[in-house]
Design a protein around this ligand. Structure first.
Ligand SMILES: [Zn+2]
Length: 250
Protein backbone atom coordinates (compact mmCIF):
# COMPACT_ATOMS: atom_id res chain seq x y z
CA UNK A 1 0.00 0.00 0.00
CA UNK A 2 1.49 3.33 -1.04
CA UNK A 3 -0.71 5.63 0.92
CA UNK A 4 -0.99 5.56 4.70
CA UNK A 5 -4.45 4.61 5.86
CA UNK A 6 -4.86 7.77 7.90
CA UNK A 7 -7.55 7.97 10.56
CA UNK A 8 -9.97 10.85 10.03
CA UNK A 9 -9.82 13.39 12.90
CA UNK A 10 -13.48 13.04 13.83
CA UNK A 11 -13.20 9.25 14.05
CA UNK A 12 -10.04 9.48 16.16
CA UNK A 13 -11.61 11.97 18.58
CA UNK A 14 -14.76 9.89 18.90
CA UNK A 15 -12.75 6.75 19.75
CA UNK A 16 -10.53 8.55 22.28
CA UNK A 17 -13.60 10.07 23.98
CA UNK A 18 -15.00 6.56 24.48
CA UNK A 19 -11.81 5.50 26.31
CA UNK A 20 -11.65 7.81 29.34
CA UNK A 21 -8.54 6.13 30.77
CA UNK A 22 -6.55 7.76 27.93
CA UNK A 23 -7.06 11.15 29.62
CA UNK A 24 -3.72 10.78 31.40
CA UNK A 25 -1.80 10.76 28.10
CA UNK A 26 -0.06 13.96 26.99
CA UNK A 27 -0.77 15.42 23.54
CA UNK A 28 2.60 14.13 22.39
CA UNK A 29 1.80 10.62 23.62
CA UNK A 30 -1.64 10.70 21.99
CA UNK A 31 -0.08 11.73 18.68
CA UNK A 32 2.42 8.89 18.94
CA UNK A 33 -0.37 6.49 19.86
CA UNK A 34 -2.27 7.57 16.76
CA UNK A 35 0.72 6.83 14.52
CA UNK A 36 1.08 3.39 16.12
CA UNK A 37 -2.61 2.72 15.59
CA UNK A 38 -2.27 3.52 11.88
CA UNK A 39 0.63 1.06 11.57
CA UNK A 40 -1.24 -1.53 13.64
CA UNK A 41 -4.30 -1.29 11.39
CA UNK A 42 -2.09 -1.68 8.32
CA UNK A 43 -0.50 -4.82 9.75
CA UNK A 44 -3.55 -6.52 11.24
CA UNK A 45 -6.93 -7.56 9.94
CA UNK A 46 -9.81 -6.93 12.35
CA UNK A 47 -12.59 -9.13 11.10
CA UNK A 48 -16.11 -9.86 12.25
CA UNK A 49 -17.35 -13.40 12.87
CA UNK A 50 -20.82 -14.91 13.24
CA UNK A 51 -22.43 -12.03 11.41
CA UNK A 52 -20.72 -9.27 13.37
CA UNK A 53 -19.92 -6.21 11.25
CA UNK A 54 -16.82 -4.40 12.51
CA UNK A 55 -17.39 -0.66 12.10
CA UNK A 56 -14.52 1.80 11.51
CA UNK A 57 -15.05 3.10 15.08
CA UNK A 58 -14.81 -0.42 16.52
CA UNK A 59 -11.57 -1.03 14.60
CA UNK A 60 -10.02 2.13 16.00
CA UNK A 61 -11.24 1.44 19.56
CA UNK A 62 -9.67 -2.03 19.48
CA UNK A 63 -6.44 -0.83 17.85
CA UNK A 64 -5.98 2.05 20.31
CA UNK A 65 -6.21 -0.24 23.33
CA UNK A 66 -3.88 -2.82 21.78
CA UNK A 67 -1.36 -0.07 21.04
CA UNK A 68 -1.47 1.45 24.53
CA UNK A 69 0.63 -1.49 25.74
CA UNK A 70 3.31 -0.93 23.12
CA UNK A 71 3.25 2.87 23.12
CA UNK A 72 6.93 2.87 24.14
CA UNK A 73 7.80 -0.56 22.76
CA UNK A 74 8.32 -1.87 19.25
CA UNK A 75 5.16 -2.80 17.38
CA UNK A 76 7.08 -6.00 16.54
CA UNK A 77 5.87 -7.23 19.96
CA UNK A 78 2.73 -8.12 18.02
CA UNK A 79 4.47 -9.91 15.16
CA UNK A 80 3.55 -13.52 14.47
CA UNK A 81 -0.20 -13.15 14.06
CA UNK A 82 -2.43 -11.16 11.77
CA UNK A 83 -6.04 -11.47 12.77
CA UNK A 84 -8.25 -10.05 15.44
CA UNK A 85 -11.64 -11.73 15.33
CA UNK A 86 -14.63 -9.87 16.71
CA UNK A 87 -17.73 -11.78 17.80
CA UNK A 88 -21.17 -10.28 18.37
CA UNK A 89 -21.19 -11.75 21.88
CA UNK A 90 -19.36 -14.21 24.09
CA UNK A 91 -18.24 -17.22 22.09
CA UNK A 92 -17.40 -20.86 22.56
CA UNK A 93 -13.96 -21.61 21.14
CA UNK A 94 -13.97 -24.60 18.85
CA UNK A 95 -10.52 -25.93 19.64
CA UNK A 96 -9.68 -29.17 21.39
CA UNK A 97 -6.47 -30.42 22.87
CA UNK A 98 -5.09 -33.78 23.85
CA UNK A 99 -3.34 -34.24 27.19
CA UNK A 100 -0.39 -36.52 27.92
CA UNK A 101 -2.73 -39.43 28.65
CA UNK A 102 -4.32 -39.03 25.21
CA UNK A 103 -7.60 -37.66 26.60
CA UNK A 104 -9.18 -35.02 24.34
CA UNK A 105 -10.40 -31.92 26.15
CA UNK A 106 -12.70 -29.22 24.91
CA UNK A 107 -12.94 -25.74 26.31
CA UNK A 108 -16.64 -25.24 26.90
CA UNK A 109 -16.49 -21.48 27.32
CA UNK A 110 -18.21 -19.21 26.60
CA UNK A 111 -15.40 -16.66 26.59
CA UNK A 112 -15.30 -12.89 26.34
CA UNK A 113 -11.87 -13.02 24.76
CA UNK A 114 -9.05 -15.31 23.89
CA UNK A 115 -5.45 -14.97 22.74
CA UNK A 116 -3.94 -17.97 21.02
CA UNK A 117 -0.17 -18.59 20.89
CA UNK A 118 0.88 -17.93 17.28
CA UNK A 119 -2.76 -17.37 16.37
CA UNK A 120 -5.43 -14.72 16.44
CA UNK A 121 -6.93 -12.68 19.25
CA UNK A 122 -10.68 -13.19 19.60
CA UNK A 123 -12.89 -10.61 21.29
CA UNK A 124 -16.57 -10.31 22.13
CA UNK A 125 -17.62 -6.82 21.03
CA UNK A 126 -20.00 -6.10 23.98
CA UNK A 127 -17.15 -6.94 26.37
CA UNK A 128 -14.74 -4.69 24.45
CA UNK A 129 -17.30 -1.92 24.73
CA UNK A 130 -17.86 -2.46 28.47
CA UNK A 131 -14.11 -2.58 29.08
CA UNK A 132 -13.57 0.88 27.62
CA UNK A 133 -15.33 2.29 30.68
CA UNK A 134 -13.11 1.16 33.54
CA UNK A 135 -14.99 3.18 36.16
CA UNK A 136 -18.07 1.03 35.63
CA UNK A 137 -16.70 -2.33 34.53
CA UNK A 138 -13.36 -2.61 36.35
CA UNK A 139 -11.94 -4.57 33.42
CA UNK A 140 -10.39 -3.96 30.03
CA UNK A 141 -10.71 -6.92 27.69
CA UNK A 142 -8.47 -5.64 24.90
CA UNK A 143 -5.56 -4.79 27.20
CA UNK A 144 -6.02 -8.18 28.88
CA UNK A 145 -5.83 -10.23 25.69
CA UNK A 146 -2.94 -8.24 24.23
CA UNK A 147 -1.01 -8.61 27.50
CA UNK A 148 -1.41 -12.37 26.98
CA UNK A 149 -0.10 -11.91 23.43
CA UNK A 150 3.02 -10.19 24.77
CA UNK A 151 3.41 -12.91 27.41
CA UNK A 152 3.16 -15.52 24.62
CA UNK A 153 6.11 -14.15 22.65
CA UNK A 154 8.17 -16.96 24.17
CA UNK A 155 5.53 -19.68 23.99
CA UNK A 156 2.62 -20.37 26.32
CA UNK A 157 1.43 -17.57 28.56
CA UNK A 158 2.99 -17.99 32.02
CA UNK A 159 3.09 -14.49 33.47
CA UNK A 160 6.70 -13.92 32.41
CA UNK A 161 7.09 -12.41 28.94
CA UNK A 162 10.54 -12.18 27.36
CA UNK A 163 12.21 -9.48 29.46
CA UNK A 164 14.58 -6.74 28.33
CA UNK A 165 18.13 -6.80 29.72
CA UNK A 166 17.35 -4.05 32.25
CA UNK A 167 14.96 -6.38 34.09
CA UNK A 168 16.25 -9.28 36.15
CA UNK A 169 14.18 -12.37 35.38
CA UNK A 170 14.76 -13.67 38.92
CA UNK A 171 13.57 -10.46 40.47
CA UNK A 172 10.56 -10.29 38.13
CA UNK A 173 9.51 -13.83 39.02
CA UNK A 174 10.06 -13.32 42.76
CA UNK A 175 8.11 -10.06 42.74
CA UNK A 176 5.17 -11.34 40.73
CA UNK A 177 5.03 -14.68 42.54
CA UNK A 178 4.98 -13.00 45.96
CA UNK A 179 2.18 -10.67 44.85
CA UNK A 180 0.26 -13.54 43.24
CA UNK A 181 0.49 -15.67 46.39
CA UNK A 182 -0.66 -12.74 48.55
CA UNK A 183 -3.55 -12.04 46.19
CA UNK A 184 -4.64 -15.70 46.12
CA UNK A 185 -4.54 -15.78 49.94
CA UNK A 186 -6.87 -12.78 50.06
CA UNK A 187 -9.26 -14.42 47.61
CA UNK A 188 -9.14 -17.66 49.65
CA UNK A 189 -10.06 -15.68 52.78
CA UNK A 190 -13.07 -14.32 50.90
CA UNK A 191 -11.82 -10.73 51.00
CA UNK A 192 -13.23 -8.19 48.58
CA UNK A 193 -10.60 -6.89 46.21
CA UNK A 194 -10.76 -3.94 43.85
CA UNK A 195 -8.66 -5.98 41.45
CA UNK A 196 -10.63 -8.60 39.47
CA UNK A 197 -10.49 -11.90 41.45
CA UNK A 198 -9.96 -13.66 38.12
CA UNK A 199 -6.31 -12.64 38.56
CA UNK A 200 -6.06 -15.51 41.08
CA UNK A 201 -6.72 -18.06 38.31
CA UNK A 202 -3.01 -18.57 37.47
CA UNK A 203 0.17 -16.47 37.02
CA UNK A 204 -0.65 -15.76 33.34
CA UNK A 205 -4.04 -14.30 34.26
CA UNK A 206 -2.42 -12.38 37.12
CA UNK A 207 -0.07 -10.69 34.65
CA UNK A 208 -2.89 -9.95 32.18
CA UNK A 209 -5.28 -8.57 34.83
CA UNK A 210 -2.55 -6.49 36.49
CA UNK A 211 -1.61 -5.11 33.07
CA UNK A 212 -5.23 -3.94 32.73
CA UNK A 213 -4.98 -2.21 36.10
CA UNK A 214 -1.55 -0.77 35.23
CA UNK A 215 -2.94 1.11 32.23
CA UNK A 216 -6.56 1.76 33.19
CA UNK A 217 -6.23 2.47 36.94
CA UNK A 218 -2.49 2.81 37.61
CA UNK A 219 -2.80 4.39 41.05
CA UNK A 220 -4.80 1.38 42.22
CA UNK A 221 -1.91 -0.90 41.24
CA UNK A 222 0.60 1.35 43.01
CA UNK A 223 -1.58 1.15 46.10
CA UNK A 224 -2.12 -2.62 45.98
CA UNK A 225 1.16 -3.95 44.58
CA UNK A 226 3.81 -1.20 44.36
CA UNK A 227 6.59 -3.70 43.58
CA UNK A 228 4.65 -5.17 40.66
CA UNK A 229 3.83 -1.67 39.45
CA UNK A 230 7.55 -0.85 39.38
CA UNK A 231 8.33 -3.97 37.34
CA UNK A 232 5.51 -3.30 34.87
CA UNK A 233 6.63 0.33 34.55
CA UNK A 234 10.10 -0.90 33.57
CA UNK A 235 8.68 -3.51 31.25
CA UNK A 236 6.17 -1.29 29.42
CA UNK A 237 8.51 1.75 29.73
CA UNK A 238 5.66 3.88 30.98
CA UNK A 239 4.78 5.47 34.31
CA UNK A 240 1.02 6.01 34.06
CA UNK A 241 0.56 6.53 37.82
CA UNK A 242 2.98 9.46 37.71
CA UNK A 243 1.01 10.93 34.81
CA UNK A 244 -2.28 10.41 36.65
CA UNK A 245 -0.90 12.10 39.79
CA UNK A 246 0.46 15.09 37.87
CA UNK A 247 -2.86 15.42 36.06
CA UNK A 248 -4.67 15.61 39.41
CA UNK A 249 -2.16 18.16 40.65
CA UNK A 250 -3.12 20.27 37.60
ZN1 LIG B 1 -6.87 -14.17 30.32
Amino acid sequence: MLQRAAIPDALWREAVALLPFLAILTDEELARLRSKVVLFLEAKAIVGARGHDVTPLQRVIIAIQACVLVLNLDLAYYDGFENIIVYPDEFVPGWEWEDEAGVVHRNDGPLAGEAMPGGPVALSWPDVEAGGDWENSGMNLVIHEFAHKIDMRDGEANGCPPLPAVISADFWKRTLTAAYDAFCARIDRGEDTEIDPYAAENPAEFFAVLSEVFFADPELLVHEFPDVYAQLAMFYRQDPALRAASLRAG
